[in-house]
Design a protein around this ligand. Structure first.
Ligand SMILES: [Zn+2]
Ligand SMILES: [Zn+2]
Length: 288
């Protein structure tokens, strides 16, 4: 199979950042190099794909304690405050609407569904930014850089200040939920939107707690982790172990076992590879 240069870049970039995928495509002789650049924690014997020079991430330096990059700025705090307001508005509207109509069951069920689906959403988003793109990717570049850097130095998330850790998701939540705040008055929809978006926004805090030491975490957090309502430390620790392709969900972690057993993310990877390969074939046919 020959691949056009622009598609070779696409495949190479995505596959080199997905360790389990890298193992699958090493049969492609055109993309292998005998002197690979190793990723942290990767066996030295494993063949690597070539990184085109313009796609290689710059060598990064691990943050030090009290590193300014881990501290909150007023901009971070403003975005987190804005995100909290946009989440609290639908929750308040749902509560008032339920009280007026005397129907609590449906909004509460909608909130539970929002909580469960937020875990799934966090897993899909986490999988995407762990494995695709880099710091220069439009819109998601900062988040991608933070998550991929997190795999190099997982401990830094415990040193990251609250607003520094949450501001990117808070900003996204503010933009997405604001129209719902303004347009929606249905208690059920508001309950779902408020719980779902709130869990997504705070998922990075749940993630940070999953990296915490039990003795240093607030007892309530440990109790919620033990009860399965927040992603547990042991479950998330597996995400940072080989083969680095499991336990992506970081709200409650309730989806992790199901997704990993059914190889959900591997299927997503394969579908993207086949899609890229199909596009290559179409372009090749068009050019010949
Ligand atoms: Zn990750
Ligand atoms: Zn982590």
């Amino acid at each position: 199979m020959s691949i056009l240069p622009q598609h070779k870049c696409y495949l190479t970039r995505s596959l080199t950042q997905a360790p389990w995928h890298r193992k699958r495509v090493i049969c492609s002789a055109t993309t292998l190099t005998p002197k690979p650049k190793l990723r942290p924690n990767q066996p030295a014997t494993e063949p690597q794909l070539v990184n085109p020079p313009n796609l290689v991430s710059p060598v990064s330096i691990p943050p030090v304690l009290n590193d300014p990059s881990l501290q909150s700025t007023w901009s971070h705090r403003s975005w987190v405050a804005t995100g909290c307001v946009t989440v609290l508005v639908p929750l308040a509207k749902a509560t008032v609407g339920a009280a007026h109509s005397h129907t609590w069951l449906e909004p509460m069920l909608a909130g539970c569904i929002g909580f469960i689906l937020a875990d799934l959403g966090s897993g899909i988003y986490h999988w995407g930014i762990d494995n695709y793109g880099d710091g220069s990717t439009p819109v998601f570049g900062n988040q991608i850089e933070a998550f991929q850097g997190h795999h190099k130095w997982p401990w830094t998330i415990t040193r990251r200040q609250f607003a520094n850790n949450l501001h990117a998701l808070a900003r996204a939540v503010a933009f997405v939920v604001l129209p719902i705040d303004l347009a929606c008055n249905d208690p059920v929809m508001n309950a779902f939107a408020g719980v779902f978006s709130g869990c997504i926004m705070f998922s990075q805090q749940f993630h940070a707690w999953a990296h915490g030491t039990k003795s240093k975490l607030p007892p309530l957090v440990v109790a919620l982790q033990d009860a399965g309502l927040l992603v547990s430390r042991s479950q998330h620790a597996a995400h940072h172990r080989e083969p680095y392709n499991s336990n992506y969900c970081i709200v409650s972690g309730v989806w992790n076992e199901f997704l990993d057993k059914n190889k959900f993310f591997e299927a997503m990877e394969m579908s993207l590879v086949f899609q890229a390969w199909g596009e290559t074939q179409i372009l090749e046919r068009a050019l010949h």
